[in-house]
Design a protein around this ligand. Structure first.
Ligand code: NAD
Length: 473
């Protein structure tokens, strides 16, 4: 199978190609265009040429294109899930979940397309403002470059393409090298749904080439990026006056206070740590358990982990499959080794079979170890003993990241205290940090990013405010 680039509404052969392999079987999947600078240039120009047309498209039309896309995706949901499972090695049950969420994301975008509005401002609140009427509107920002990661190859594309279309923008989409098929599939459906030619262009290929051009081209008004902090910070440094939203990584944590019913929460904690092989930006990486519950928690966690089934992503009973690349398997094993050498205890896991890293639980891990302070992005969790929630809050905050954190407690004042003191984009009371529904404002502080997604909030980022003043004097 040989894929093509989508530029100006046409599928084009590229000058060069790379070969895409399954992370699980290492079997060949497809030949993917390796977009050149010239091809990227064409994509940017095509998005630039139709920006006026898209900006003039009425809200009901933008909404109905997205509605139509939802319909098409519902019809082809199984195929969509297969694509995700194949290219990302995401267990098929989770891939189906991602497709359901992608549908929800586009549905919300279709609804939000009809609710983009400004406000009236009482100018006479200041002397000199008498007899003037003022109101704001929100105008599309123009050409948006969307750069996406491998771990949610369809829904995270929806989180950029959905609001961009809802707001009347045009897009050049650059998906992750390992997961271009989900983006190409969505692009195909959007064409069928009647999106004007050139409004969405897809350039697959290398981040260094395509990404770099998108970030520096003056016709591009905004970069919306989801990916690693290193790349995100590089983009921010090069983007000049372009608007940039960054959804980056984390080492998410949960605090478990005394008096919590361990049996009730254990399944959810294990899921949060190992879902999609831990390749989730809010994957549960650090657990801080009150000393009264520590032994029981560790024992139950290990028991529950033993039940996970490792294997083929296309098998509906698989819980944990391959990491995205052999390089990541090696990195993960090195980090586990570093922990072991420093005296930490590996309660379960700690090894790999092919590209599958066994779900790994680490005890007594010092906060300076990579498995604690870096983003592991693999099925590794460390469980630590704490004497008080206060101590745990300091440990959770002792991180370069700040995306989401959870606390389980029966005590309302402790919960509210933690909500106030945890330096995060979101604090979850009585839940793990690994929770997201697609309309909530989502994003982090510190090295976890800047700006928010969650359709309505992404639309705010993807539009410019304009003020209009009538002088009646
Ligand atoms: P990555 O940073 O390696 O790649 C992301 C995208 O950036 C890819 O499309 C890549 O080709 C592109 N890219 C690479 N170099 C570039 C450059 N110099 N200029 C422009 N673009 C470039 O990330 P990944 O490994 O695909 O994804 C994993 C990371 O994404 C993790 O850190 C994870 O936490 C983060 N993530 C964050 C969220 C969130 O919402 N906060 C969601 C999912 C993933």
């Amino acid at each position: 199978m040989k894929k093509q680039l989508l530029i100006n509404g046409e599928w084009l052969e590229a000058k060069s190609y790379y070969r895409l392999y399954s992370p699980y079987t290492q079997e060949f999947i497809a030949e993917i265009p390796l977009a050149s600078r010239e091809e990227t240039e064409l994509a940017i120009e095509s998005a630039n040429q139709v920006r006026e047309k898209m900006a003039r498209l009425p809200a009901h039309k933008r909404s109905s294109i997205l509605e139509k896309l939802v319909e098409l995706l519902e019809r082809r949901a199984d195929e969509a899930a297969q694509i995700i499972a194949l290219e990302a090695s995401k267990p098929i049950s989770l891939a189906e979940g991602e497709v359901a969420r992608t549908i929800a994301t586009f549905k919300i975008a279709a609804e939000e397309a009809k609710r983009i509005h400004g406000e009236t401002i009482p100018l006479d609140a200041a002397p000199g403002g008498e007899k003037r009427i003022a109101f704001t509107t929100r105008e599309p920002i123009g050409v948006i470059a969307a750069i996406t990661p491998f771990n949610f190859p369809m829904n995270l594309v929806a989180h950029k393409v959905g609001p961009a279309i809802a707001a009347g923008n045009t897009i050049v989409l650059k998906p992750a090298e390992q997961t271009p098929l989900s983006s190409l599939f969505i692009a195909e459906l959007l064409q069928e749904a009647g999106l004007p030619a050139g409004a969405l262009n897809v350039v697959t290929g290398e981040g260094r080439v395509v990404g770099d051009m998108l970030v520096t081209d003056s016709r591009v008004s905004m970069i919306t990026f989801t990916g690693s902090p290193e790349v995100g910070i590089g983009i921010r440094n090069k983007a000049g006056l372009k608007k940039v939203t960054l959804e980056l990584g984390s080492n998410a944590a949960v605090i478990i206070d005394k008096g919590v019913d361990v049996d009730k929460i254990i399944g959810r904690c294990v899921m949060g740590a190992f879902s999609n092989q831990g390749q989730v930006c809010i994957s549960l990486q650090r657990v801080y358990v009150h000393e009264n519950l520590y032994e029981k928690f560790v024992e139950s966690f290990v028991e529950e982990t033993k039940k996970l089934k490792l294997g083929d992503p296309l098998d509906s009973t698989t819980d944990v499959s391959a990491l995205i690349s052999p390089k990541d398997v090696q990195r993960t094993l090195n980090w586990i080794e570093e922990a072991r050498e420093s005296g930490a205890k590996i309660a379960i896991g700690g090894k790999a079979d092919g590209n599958i890293v066994y779900p790994t639980v680490i005890l007594d891990a010092d906060s300076s170890l990579k498995v604690s302070c870096q983003e592991v992005f693999a099925p590794i969790v460390s469980i630590n003993k704490i004497k008080s929630v206060e101590e745990a809050i300091d440990l959770v905050n002792n991180s370069q990241f700040g995306l989401q954190a959870g606390i389980y407690t029966e005590n309302i004042s402790i919960a509210l205290d933690a909500a106030e003191k945890l330096h995060m984009g979101c604090v979850l009371i009585n839940d793990i940090p690994t929770f997201r529904v697609d309309h909530m404002p989502y994003g982090g502080v510190k090295k976890s990013g800047a700006g928010r997604e969650g359709i309505k909030y992404a639309i705010e980022e993807m539009t410019e405010m304009k003020l209009i003043i009538f002088n009646r004097n």
